[in-house]
Design a protein around this ligand. Sequence first.
Ligand SMILES: [Mn+2]
Length: 642
Amino acid sequence: PPLRPQTRPPRPPPAPPPPPAPRRARLAPPPPVPAAAARSPCRPGHTRAATAERPGAARLRPSPPPRAARARPPCQPCRLRPRIPPTGAPFRPSPAPGAYCVPAARRSRGRAPTVCRARAGAGTARPLCAGSAPEPGPRASSARVRGSREPQRSACPRPACPLLLLRRQLASLSRGSRDFLPGQRCKEKKYDYDNLPRTSVIIAFYNEAWSTLLRTVYSVLETSPDILLEEVILVDDYSDREHLKERLANELSGLPKVRLIRASKREGLVRARLLGASVARGDVLTFLDCHCECHEGWLEPLLQRIHEEESAVVCPVIDVIDWNTFEYLGNSGEPQIGGFNWRLVFTWHTVPERERIQMRSPVDVIRSPTMAGGLFAVSKKYFEYLGSYDTGMEVWGGENLEFSFRIWQCGGTLETHPCSHVGHVFPKQAPYSRNKALANSVRAAEVWMDEFKELYYHRNPRARLEPFGDVTERKQLRAKLQCKDFKWFLETVYPELHVPEDRPGFFGMLQNKGLKDYCFDYNPPDENQIVGHQVILYLCHGMGQNQFFEYTSQKEIRYNTHQPEGCIAVEAGMDVLTMHLCKETTPENQKFILQEDGSLFHEQSQKCVQAERKESSDSFVPLLRDCTSSDNQKWFFKERMF
Ligand SMILES: [Mn+2]
């Protein structure tokens, strides 16, 4: 299932401060820096900030108090890249120390124009401040010589200088993004940088656009503390676009810590990621999509959590980057967590009350039944223990649910950290084919869902016919790791998901006897807004999906291929059938009785459902009418077409 932009249901009222619930072992906060240490020189890889402000604080407090009275600030881990300009600062392409674009005059004394130059020394990442704290040195002064009134657009030819674009984007981001920046409490979090694990960031791509791919890479370099970033591994899954060949290799060769490896044939996302993981040297693997933008401070919370609990798989909050404008839209307020529906499509949910109670603070991790897709961090050791990815999965789709089930059922936890934010471009159309997603979902169902896989097959009859390959090894893995069953997962991890009854003879297509070949059909225009529309009749297609209904022992006609589930209702005084949300106890206007003769009796109105031609049109609808013995008032469920 694709990552979908999060649509936000109305926010629930703020929860009362949760009681402290010791759920997991936690690392004590790092001790304060002793006064003596604050005066000693910094270790390699560290520097002293110019003021006691924390890095990035400029964005929050643009005018810090005068420096004179301040104590010497503690050592901070070096950043690989210069910081994003503070809020509202005008964009200046070249004078920043260590920027990619440096005046050529620095190297040759002549009047050369500003040229684009990546930092030299591939693979030998040297933090900008290695050794000692940076002085206001030659770069700054050479910039002054050149004049600080540099034009907004530098002489860098744009195609050769994607960073310009990136930095402009980030600058505008820091201006407009106040609302969804992780809260103040995230900024106050302290990290024990020296003891956190180092990560390899793995980015697999196939025919990705130049700007989105590089924006991903640069944003990782810009926002990751040097000490925490082992490397960035780009895995080319056999792209054929020209710009991803030599031009990309050249572009990356100048970047520190960035490695490019290429698959020798098309592997698909899953195996391409594994290819990256197989050469990774970090303790933690952090997987990203190839069209992301990491937000300041995204990495520390992920690594901190894995440091505390090695079996935690941690996802960042996924912010939305607009597909057309590349505007960073973000997510205000509380993050959402992942679920799925019975067609095995990923869904977003608000944090349930039971989880809110478990959280020790608003900046605690939030446990999530599933992950949206490609953005997460996991201990390399634990990833291998869990059986990495199912290599029998082709291309893309379904692997996120499979991995989510496996994490939970085999003893791990899947969590979202509210302080870690990564923007993601939600593409209108994936550049790769999705026709393998069905087989991948079937593999997930076959290995992990036990008897509950039938609920999936009922709603997606085609899946039964899909060749899904051999899953023997994956089942052996499940046995070897002594993983729990799916019933446990549903009851413990995802109790919000309603489990259908699917009583024999009471689910599938709801077909009419008189108007044969016509079935109940409901096709909400928006997957995320399923209520409020009229149920119609349409030629039976036998594909499940929008023609799948279930008649329950609670007298509901449930439309439960989606989340949240819909129930058919008739509003007072009306004769049309519309979709409402299902309720804990069935409301009177949602109660139908499917009688043995096939009549479908609406209790509240004492009328029967009848198939009728819609006035002055060729379409048909079910309507409430006085009960007769007409075949147009007879209905029966059919599980499949053939
Ligand atoms: Mn993506």
